[in-house]
Design a protein around this ligand. Structure first.
Ligand code: ZN
Length: 327
């Protein structure tokens, strides 16, 4: 298995198939690296000159970062100046906020992803939250590195329900909706010729995944869907490029969190008590362990059939968690 470097920029993972990586970084006020907002994207190019066809997998959290990525892509692959198709893996802003730079392109996403994007707060609201948040709190630390001003939500121009296959030059591209898992509309992007899968946030590498939607079982099935395909290069939504083993790691993590949370649920603990009680020792090297909180809440919600918690409340809990551990 080839080892990929983990540096910012474009990395060729197949024949005209690339990953654009934004490595985890230290944010001001924090003493450790964070995965929040530092997402990866992908580029697939097939054909030469005027015949070249281009696919961009996801955009980034803000316009300057997306513009920088696009410039890097054009420098390496001139055909990327014209992006024919953008495919969004899911609704979160760190994978869609840059869509507005590609209004001339066909933008494809699952129907559930578009519905979710419509329900999510406008980036201008995120800008206000980012400005008001204390710099030493989790919200401030995760939002302040980004510029949410001037972002117009730009939705898919074409949607699909479960699977969509299309040609990009001589390559076949398959989009497979596997959500609800991380979000409702999670979609995997396969490039079978190169044995590559862009997973969006179904896979985080070296960081805790975060269960916004669930159920956990459906996310575990999404991992099995990847493992059932003949792919050996995994471009995760966040973190270094990896082999198939990273998919098994996330699958194991989800099973572990589910079992541990269920035991404590059945013993009558509150979600916060459970989150504090579950040992994360085996994941000590993974970033953003505060995500255990929304993850435990997600399991409780699944067991109790209760509605999704207020996201600001979850951030408050996670903020308290990180502050308590910093002292
Ligand atoms: Zn993400």
């Amino acid at each position: 298995m080839e080892k990929w470097t983990y540096t910012e920029g474009l990395h060729e993972v197949g024949n005209g198939t690339f990953a654009y990586l934004q490595p985890y970084r230290k944010v001001s006020g924090a003493d450790k690296l964070s995965a929040w907002g530092w997402s990866n994207a992908g580029l697939v190019v097939d054909g030469q000159g005027n015949d070249a066809q281009t696919l961009l997998v996801d955009t980034l959290y803000d316009i300057p970062l997306t513009q920088k990525m696009h410039n890097t892509m054009i420098q390496a692959v001139p055909a990327a100046a014209h992006i024919d198709i953008v495919a969004n893996t899911h609704s979160n802003g760190d994978h869609t906020n840059g869509n507005m730079l590609f209004k001339e392109s066909k933008i494809i996403a699952s129907l559930a992803t578009v519905e979710e994007m419509k329900a999510e707060p406008d980036p201008s609201v995120m800008a206000m939250i980012a400005e008001k948040a204390p710099a030493d709190g989790l919200t401030g630390m995760t939002l302040k590195p980004f510029n949410f001003r001037g972002i117009q939500k730009t939705y898919a121009t074409e949607t699909f329900d479960s699977v969509k296959t299309f040609s990009l030059g001589s390559k076949t591209i398959t989009l497979m909706k596997v959500g609800p898992a991380h979000t409702k509309g999670d979609t995997l992007v396969f490039v079978p010729e190169d044995k590559v899968c862009y997973t969006g946030d179904i896979i985080f590498n070296q960081a805790h995944p975060i269960i916004w939607a669930g159920p956990v079982q459906s996310w575990i099935q999404a991992c099995d869907t990847i493992l059932a395909q003949d792919v050996n290069i995994i471009v995760p939504g966040h973190g270094p490029i990896a082999g198939r083993e990273v998919v098994s790691e996330i699958k194991d993590y989800l099973g572990y969190i589910y079992d541990e949370a269920k035991q404590r649920h059945d013993a009558g603990m509150t979600p916060l008590e459970a989150a504090n009680d579950i040992s994360l020792e085996r994941y000590a090297s993974w970033l953003d362990d505060e995500r255990i909180i929304p993850n435990v809440f997600a399991v409780y919600r699944e067991l109790d059939g209760t509605p999704v918690e207020n996201v600001h409340k979850l951030f408050d809990y996670m903020d308290a968690w990180t502050r308590a551990r910093r002292k």
